[in-house]
Ligand binder design. Structure first.
Ligand code: S3P
Length: 173
């Protein structure tokens, strides 16, 4: 029989570059449940990319959409839900996640995260003069909040996606 934790939506939280989308998708496949992705839902509904949404409407607008989408996805359907790196910082999102799901934090060192995000131009928050310093500041502010997740799983530079899925399943047993 499956652990009661796996009867809830498994919600992936953590920093940009932690692997929430890749690991979440592979986990959903392994569990045979739908894969849900809040950033993707926001983009589809707005018919705009995340950078465009930030540019045209600002971060506050994005956060509002993010809150609504996360609540709707959690209410609608059980599955694996990947969230954006900022989602777990809002108290209301943490409350909805703990009501409907189980929060899994994917952790990685700052250097590992930087290596994964540095070549991509899809993160509006990193469009600064010194993106590494920005990522480091976000990391320092956010890591204490991510620790409120129900379980945490660590990814090092050499962990594969399937290793991470194994570790998440182990942590949720
Ligand atoms: C954000 C992370 C992004 C996306 C948006 C804001 C953040 O998602 O939601 O750019 O605040 O950390 P990923 O964590 O999937 O990159």
């Amino acid at each position: 029989a499956q652990s009661p934790k796996l009867h809830k939506t498994v919600v992936m939280v953590g920093m940009m570059g932690a692997g929430k989308t890749a690991v979440g998708r592979a986990l959903a496949q392994r569990l045979g449940v739908p894969f849900l992705d809040s950033d993707h839902e926001i983009e589809t509904a707005a018919n705009m990319s995340i950078p465009e949404i930030f540019e045209r409407h600002g971060e506050a607008f994005f956060r509002e959409k993010e809150r609504m989408v996360i609540r709707r996805l959690l209410e609608e359907e059980r599955g694996v839900l990947s969230t954006g790196g900022g989602a777990f910082l809002a108290e209301e999102n943490r409350r909805n996640i703990s009501n409907f799901g189980v929060a899994v934090c994917l952790q990685a060192d700052l250097e590992v995260l930087w290596n994964r995000v540095r070549h991509r131009d899809t993160r509006p928050l990193l469009r600064t003069a010194d993106p590494f310093a920005t990522l480091r500041d976000l990391y320092e502010k956010r890591v204490p909040l991510y620790q409120q997740a129900d379980v945490s799983v660590v990814s090092d530079g050499s962990s594969t996606i399937e290793d991470m899925v194994d570790r998440v399943l182990e942590a949720l047993r």
